[in-house]
Write a protein that binds this ligand. Structure first.
Ligand code: FRU
Length: 495
């Protein structure tokens, strides 16, 4: 009963399916005619766990926060068939020939997805003439078949410079991201293979995006890649490479693997297609981890998406020597602030605490602090933020240990007990020259998204309380004359 209770609270700022199961976000696109965001997602509408048949569930939003769920948009035609992950493009110029003049150019919508009828995986096309609500499968499917059982997750985009459609897709267990090109979305030519990063068990959900470099007119290409299992922190992870793309080959600028998010629950990131340039690169991930996704507390639905994020690139100070071209991320959502609490310029001494109440249990917070002296081994001076449930039984403990210089995140493991649902994740952060740190966080029902140092590192983690909502937020230290809190603020949110 306790488990059901925790799961029945739906997040406010995160998308969840009305019923059944959700995993990867699919087919994310922006409709420029009706100014509406479309998301599709891996869906098992029958049961709250992963099982074929799999459909493309569908929802739309005007603000990337309030979502309306619609009928499933692409459905399997046989028992045991999976309509697996894939993407959507707007075929404005009717390169595919799927459309006639009666279909508005902005509503010429084509989906490319993986079909898994059982033993092999092929890429298929389907088109929609009603703005993305219903799709007709191309009668000559598949559009790409290499006789592989592990060939999936096509992400398609229009590449302006080489005037062609580009697909990235994985040969999952051969550790290849394959790049194909096409003039018509139906005939695909192999261009190149890319293989790098953490291999893990297999590659999944690749994607290529041109991302602006902050403060310049330049861009670089970012190649996203999910691996599962095999994340450094266990299970699922979203990594990326920064490089150049000429329409045929992706060349990374270095051989470093970067991570989109270092939390346990941020997987299968996909970016929106057809977004206006000025709006930048926007993406959504699934907020879970295959290690326990099918087992987290649930009622008749299970699974949520992370909030939409904006991505830019910047030269980020990752250690005293190096500025590394990396993603900078910030969440996108619309909410009303119902109450603000704030403290500024406080030296937080041993035993002191700054305490805020949250009424809605959904809030954002900012914490800017400075360490005022160097600490020597073996002292263990902590700055701790506790987020506690209204019955006082569980807390998230999130904080910083000044000797190690890293953040930790610790979630209660009593409500959802699972060996892979680990309680601690850590983040190494390079402070500013003045030993200043900043964190921005959004806490929703059962999920916390943290952004360190102006969004240069993020950590997304789901959590479970026995009574759902957080109500008390406290900042504490165990050490004197060390932590100067420049700002600690909390805003209660409602939608
Ligand atoms: C990633 C993934 C994809 C696949 C889908 C199936 O989470 O395994 O590779 O298309 O989920 O639901």
């Amino acid at each position: 009963a306790v488990l059901a209770c925790a799961a029945e609270v739906r997040p406010l700022l995160h998308f969840t399916p009305e019923k059944g199961w959700l995993n990867d976000p699919n087919g994310l696109f922006y409709d420029r005619k009706d100014d509406i965001w479309h998301i599709y997602f891996q869906s098992n509408p029958k049961n709250p766990f992963w099982e074929k048949e799999l459909h493309w569930g569908h929802a739309t939003s005007k603000d990337l926060t309030n979502w309306t769920q619609h009928e499933s948009a692409i459905n399997p035609s046989h028992r045991g068939e999976g309509i697996l992950s894939g993407s959507v493009v707007v075929d404005r110029n009717n390169t595919s020939g799927f459309f006639n003049d009666s279909v508005h150019p902005e509503h010429r919508i084509v989906a490319l997805y993986t079909r898994n009828p059982g033993l092999i995986e092929t890429q298929e096309a389907a088109y929609s003439v009603d703005g993305g609500y219903t799709f007709t499968k191309y009668e000559k499917n598949p559009v790409l078949d290499v006789k592989s059982s592990q060939f999936r997750d096509p992400k398609v985009m229009w590449h302006e410079a080489s005037n062609q459609w580009i697909m990235t897709v994985v040969e999952a267990q051969d550790y290849q991201i394959q790049i194909y090109g096409s003039d018509d979305l139906k005939n695909w030519n192999f261009h190149s293979n890319f293989s790098a990063g953490y291999p893990g068990f297999q590659f999944e959900c690749p994607g290529l995006s041109e991302v602006p470099i902050a403060g310049t007119n330049e861009t670089k290409w970012v190649l996203f890649l999910a691996i599962n299992p095999g994340a450094p922190w266990g299970g699922s992870a979203s990594q990326y490479f920064v490089g150049d793309f000429d329409g045929y080959e992706f060349k990374a600028i270095d051989s470093l693997t970067r991570f989109v998010d270092i939390g346990k629950d941020y997987y299968a990131l996909q970016t929106f297609s057809n977004v206006e340039k000025k709006d930048g690169v926007i993406g959504i991930s699934w907020a879970s981890n295959w290690q326990y996704a099918n087992k987290v507390p649930a009622s008749n639905w299970r699974g949520m998406l992370a909030m939409a994020r904006n991505f830019t690139l910047d030269y980020v100070s990752v250690n005293p020597q190096k500025k590394l071209l990396s993603l900078v991320e910030s969440p996108i959502f619309e909410a009303n602030v119902s109450k603000t609490s704030e403290k500024k310029n406080v030296k937080l001494q041993k035993g002191d605490s700054i305490e805020f109440e949250t009424k809605s249990g959904v809030f954002e917070f900012e914490l800017d602090f400075q360490t005022m002296k160097n600490i020597t081994y073996p002292e263990q001076p902590n700055l701790d933020l506790y987020i506690t449930s209204s019955n006082g039984k569980e807390s998230i403990r999130f904080g910083f240990e000044a000797d190690v210089g890293a953040f930790y995140f610790d979630r209660p493991t009593n409500v959802f007990q699972n060996p892979y649902y680990s309680n601690v994740v850590t983040a190494n952060i390079q402070p500013t020259k003045k030993y200043e740190y900043n964190i921005y966080g959004v806490v929703d029902q059962n999920v916390i998204e943290l952004f360190f140092m102006n969004g240069t590192t993020s950590s997304t983690n789901i959590f479970y309380f026995s009574d759902g909502k957080p109500s008390k937020v406290e900042l504490k230290s165990n050490y004197n004359d060390l932590f100067k809190i420049q700002k600690f603020s909390l805003r209660d949110l409602s939608v």
